[in-house]
Design a binder for this molecule. Structure first.
Ligand SMILES: *Cc1c(COP(=O)(O)O)cnc(C)c1O
Ligand SMILES: [Zn+2]
Length: 409
């Protein structure tokens, strides 16, 4: 659809076909806006049915030849049996984005962002990553023949680093003292090197693809849920989903949006700290090395985290910090429902458990946890938390009979 970019801060408007990242006037974040008068119900389905491109009528115009897709999106909304009954919830769902081409929900964003970059003539792109974004960017940029440079955080696990190499990106290990330093480096790189960036929010289009969660959940449930629990790093997922719900509301398809819950590791819960003090801007807090939730560890939010905080306040949600212990427990509860998640994703479930215990979620409400990354992304934690089976058996029927006896089966 016809689109333009508008700055969050100075409200300057720009052509969406310019190769812009942040606002050239004031450095504020850019958001995509549309001429919704052109929209009609036929807009859904005018694309590739089994991917986010089913909703391409809700994206800026991109020609067929520039679309880079691996069938990302249209993931299952899994109804909880085990945890829902344990918590006394009538309806709890997991949006299972572990079933994505590269194993994390980043694929929604990179499919759209790489396609859009090709459409506007970008030749080379840069991102930094704790691992999942790097693998996704590597896969989509390789396939789309866009030169990519991926700076992977030195604390990333070796499996994630190797996956980036497998998909074929140019990778360098990024050393830094804190996230503020990274933000400064990125803004200098834009200005001095003119390199197009794929970092969430600095890239104005990546989070746009996260709207597709909202559309998919709406289509599966036939309505909007009461609450959404997101594991938050930058907040691109949470913000994008809320944008999707707001669009559905603006188009008259629903009259409300869910309460948005932002879940972070306790060790780096800068949004929780800001919400406690009712601040509109969050500051630095904690150390990324102090949690197993690698994909959502961030010691300070990009540009003060205004978008995430406004989403929490405007929807009467909350920002929660969960401990590594709560995350590991949640990982096991989630697995009893059949979904294997990396710790950062299980954090969303840990947040839900906490919110239910604190009375923030009622039993009759419909809750959705976004499960963002596969358990196989962090095999080291899996080994540590669960390990090898405790029982052993020899390959003869007598031994198996004893095993069954031992298990009282
Ligand atoms: C990137 C990532 C997140 C956080 O997403 P944001 O959009 O940065 O908030 C959560 N979980 C996983 C598995 C991720 O890879
Ligand atoms: Zn501006």
């Amino acid at each position: 659809m016809e689109a333009y970019l508008k700055c969050d801060l100075c409200h300057g408007e720009y052509d969406s076909r310019e190769q812009l990242t942040v606002c050239p006037r004031c450095g504020g974040l850019l958001e995509t806006h549309y001429n919704w008068k052109q929209w009609n119900r036929q807009t859904i389905g005018r694309g590739f049915q089994n991917s986010i491109w089913k909703y391409r009528g809700f994206f800026p115009e991109i020609r067929d030849e520039n679309i880079v897709t691996l069938g990302e999106g249209t993931t299952p909304l899994v109804k909880s049996v085990h945890l829902a009954s344990k918590l006394g919830l009538e309806e709890l769902y997991y949006k299972n984005d572990t079933m994505m081409p590269t194993g994390s929900f980043k694929d929604r964003g990179f499919s759209l962002a790489v396609s859009y970059a090709k459409e506007i003539g970008v030749k080379r792109g840069l991102t930094y990553s704790s691992g999942n974004a790097g693998a996704s960017f590597a896969a989509y940029s390789s396939r789309g023949k866009l030169a990519s440079v991926i700076l992977v955080e030195y604390i990333a696990n070796p499996v994630k680093m190797a996956a980036i190499g497998l998909y074929g990106g140019n990778t360098a290990i990024l050393h830094y003292d804190n996230f503020h330093q990274i933000e400064q480096m990125l803004s200098d790189a834009s200005r001095d090197l003119g390199v197009y960036q794929f970092v969430n929010f600095i890239n104005p289009i990546r989070h746009e693809a996260m709207k597709t969660y909202a559309y998919e959940i709406y289509e599966d449930l036939g309505r909007v849920p009461d609450t959404m629990f997101h594991p938050v790093g930058t907040g691109g997922g949470l913000w994008g989903a809320l944008k999707g719900y707001r669009e559905l509301a603006a188009l008259g398809m629903t009259d409300r949006v869910p309460r948005m819950y932002c879940v972070q590791p306790d060790a780096t819960a800068h949004f929780r700290e800001a919400v406690k003090k009712k601040q509109e801007i969050a500051g630095a807090y904690g150390d990324c090395r102090d949690t197993i939730a690698q994909s959502i560890a961030s010691d300070s939010p990009l540009q003060g985290g205004r978008r995430v905080l406004s989403a929490v306040y405007e929807t009467q949600g909350d920002a929660l910090g969960v401990t590594d212990e709560e995350i590991l427990d949640a990982m096991k509860e989630l697995a009893r429902d059949g979904v294997g998640a990396e710790p950062s994703s299980a954090a969303a479930v840990a947040g839900l458990i906490r919110a239910v215990k604190e009375g923030k979620v009622k039993s009759y409400e419909t809750a959705v946890c976004v499960i963002t990354g596969s358990v196989l992304k962090q095999p080291g934690i899996l080994e540590q938390a669960v390990g090898a089976p405790a029982l052993e058996v020899d390959a003869d029927v007598e031994s198996v009979r004893k095993l069954l006896e031992k298990l009282s089966l």
